[in-house]
Design a protein around this ligand. Structure first.
Ligand code: GRF
Length: 224
């Protein structure tokens, strides 16, 4: 199988990146990580990736006068690594329309809420403040508008009555670690594809017909 070449963009601890690294170790997983790039040189995820023998790069946005100059180098680094798909995994830089357009339908992001609800930062506290009972996480294609773009897959997580920001974040993060490899697999295989700005799933594929659901639910939601 020809594995798709992935560039992972991070800014911090890189736990979602680690879940992708683990998935890519399986010989029948349809993707491999060609490079991990952080805009923050001290991101812990860079060391984790390097220990796994993956090429890493720090492209520090502070060293650039403009977003465009930063993105020119970022784009070139991804090209140099022959990246076919980008996975944003806790990448905390807003990208310009120019960069987003260059990677149209080839850039994925994970967000810790059930989009289109709770876009942006401080998601879990806002979920608690709003009093919603179900939250979750979303893998979607990147568009110019933040946390918008066709939704590839989502996982639901129940909000417990005694949750605080930390406990809720931890359970959502565990769901993220399952969801991202699942969504990337569907997309890399072409089993999930874009049509009219929504994601369709091909008929007669594992994803459409079997135990691999598009949406995943934590046991608490199913049982509770
Ligand atoms: C995750 O919650 C992700 O959804 C959000 O930023 C966080 C990154 O965590 N975009 P990590 O660096 O993957 O551990």
């Amino acid at each position: 199988m020809k594995k798709k070449r992935i560039g992972v963009l991070i800014s911090g601890r890189g736990s979602n990146m680690s879940s992708l690294i683990e998935a890519c170790k399986s010989p029948d997983y349809p993707a491999q990580i060609s490079v991990v790039i952080s805009n923050r040189p001290k991101a812990a995820g860079l060391e984790i990736a390097a220990r796994e023998g993956i090429k890493t790069l720090a492209i520090n946005h502070r060293n650039y006068d403009s977003r465009t100059a930063f993105e020119t180098d970022l784009h070139q680094a991804l090209k140099d690594a022959q990246v076919e798909l980008i996975c944003n995994a806790g990448f905390l830089r807003l990208l310009t329309a120019d960069f987003v357009d260059k990677w149209h339908d080839r850039q994925l992001n994970i967000h810790p809420s059930l989009l289109p609800s709770f876009k942006g930062l401080h998601t879990h506290q806002r979920v608690l403040d709003a009093g919603v009972k179900i939250t979750g996480c979303t893998v979607h294609l990147v568009r110019t508008d933040m946390d918008a773009g066709p939704i590839i897959a989502q996982a639901a997580v129940a909000v417990e009555h005694d949750d605080n920001e930390q406990t809720l974040a931890a359970r959502v993060l565990a769901a993220e670690h399952q969801l991202y490899p699942h969504a990337l697999k569907m997309f890399a295989l072409g089993e999930a594809y874009v049509e009219n700005e929504t994601i369709k799933v091909r008929a007669n594929t594992d994803v459409a017909s079997s135990s691999k659901p598009r949406a995943m639910f934590s046991p608490r939601v199913i049982n509770g």
